[in-house]
Design a binder for this molecule. Structure first.
Ligand code: HEM
Length: 107
């Protein structure tokens, strides 16, 4: 849905301080997010994840839409010890939109 993706692009402004997507994207404060929907957690090459994210990755966490939605609503509550310093997205509609936006960027 192109309208949802466009809405998600606006929501992603809240993420851009730390994350990049697209052709020339790199990991910065946060890991690169190309192809993140459906991907195993904690796998951006060269990025130094928290112990919490590494443990979740070892436990087999995959960022399907449900896991992403729960993480983005309340990162610190979802994953105790994550170093993602972001309060979370309050509106389900913003979460849905930002996931659609991320889904438009494959690896
Ligand atoms: C991790 C998404 C906002 C910093 C992640 C991951 C996702 C994500 C999906 C897991 C990546 C992976 O497993 O490779 C988002 C979205 C945001 C957002 C959609 C906006 C709605 C932010 C902001 C910051 C940030 C504003 C910085 C203040 C980080 C860091 C990690 C991370 C440091 C690694 C966490 C760890 O190792 O525990 N983010 N993020 N993110 N994000 Fe964000």
């Amino acid at each position: 849905d192109p309208e949802l993706v466009a809405k998600g692009e606006k929501t992603f402004k809240k993420c851009k301080a730390c994350h990049q997507v697209g052709e020339n994207a790199k990991s910065k404060t946060g890991p690169i997010l190309n192809g993140i929907v459906g991907a195993p957690a904690g796998h951006a090459e060269g990025f130094r994840y928290s112990k919490a994210m590494k443990a979740a990755a070892e436990d087999g966490l995959v960022w399907d839409e449900a896991e992403l939605a729960a993480f983005l609503a309340k990162p610190k509550k979802y994953m105790k010890g994550t170093k993602m310093s972001f309060a979370g997205l309050k509106k389900d509609s913003d979460i849905e939109a930002v996931i659609a936006y991320l889904q438009s960027y494959s690896r």
